[in-house]
Design a protein around this ligand. Sequence first.
Ligand code: GDP
Length: 310
Amino acid sequence: MVVLLQVPRFHASVFLTKPASLCKTHFNLLLKPKIPITIKSTLSTASGPTQNLDIPVEETHVELSLEKLFVPPETDVPSAGATSSLTARILKGSNIVLAKYARDAQIAQAEFVKSSVRTEDCPSDGLPEFALVGRSNVGKSSLLNSLVRRKRLALTSKKPGKTQCINHFRINDSWYLVDLPGYGYAAAPQELRIDWEKFTKDYFLNRPTLVSVFLLIDASIPARKIDLEYASWLGVNQIPMTLIFTKCDKRKKRKNGGKRPEENVNDFQELIQGFFQTAPPWIMTSSVTNQGRDEILLHMAQLRNYWLKH
Ligand code: GDP
């Protein structure tokens, strides 16, 4: 039985860009089996799409119900009682099931291409892209540098005149990472904030090659209102979204009242639940330990390859 549990925004993107493919895909959004599962190893080992990545298999025990998983399209969902084949393919520190499109994940080459002020000025070669966005100081530049394994590539976006632009980086000559301006910078003048809202939202709504927005959330602190508003806007507008929780290496002492990253991650998801029909994909990361780096790349690869195929 092939059942597809999917985030509706991902469909929206596919439909938006390639309407003809609508009839070729079969999504069952209504089916939400509630099977509590325990994730033991979080990544398949030997063969298949992950073989070009050197990721240790760890025994992390996380309770996730099947309905909270992100199951990519065209993935076989086993019947109740036979979920182990699915759980063995969940990417470490995430709710994402690794599926057949996760290939060519590693980044061999990255180059800055251009800064644009308007969506119409963005590259027009039709390559798929992923946009990184988040509150100032969330760790966006650090994550971008960690993904491409270059210490200073993201500095390009921090140069004067570029911080408020849509910055395109071409990866392996075949897709783009897009660095968007950080939001919520307290010192930014009001006019700049309104302008920012206008052009990033225009980009989200009108960029046909946008495969998914990667919304960065600081997992070392409790959820902020502005982040919740942002997630809700993306949900309401059906923009495909992946949550990237940053700074997961930072552990607050419980006795000081601080919550652990895992708890903040759970809280955030509960708070945004109402904005989404199905659980959005999420990954825990750290640019200090490189946690989540390969998982993000595998997730991007499967979204991208699926998008290209349809
Ligand atoms: P941006 O403003 O979103 O581009 O954020 P930066 O990448 O410049 O990071 C902001 C601050 O957070 C810097 O002091 C970074 O060293 C720190 N930082 C970024 N990522 C991490 C992380 O994963 N773990 C920890 N502990 N600190 C981080």
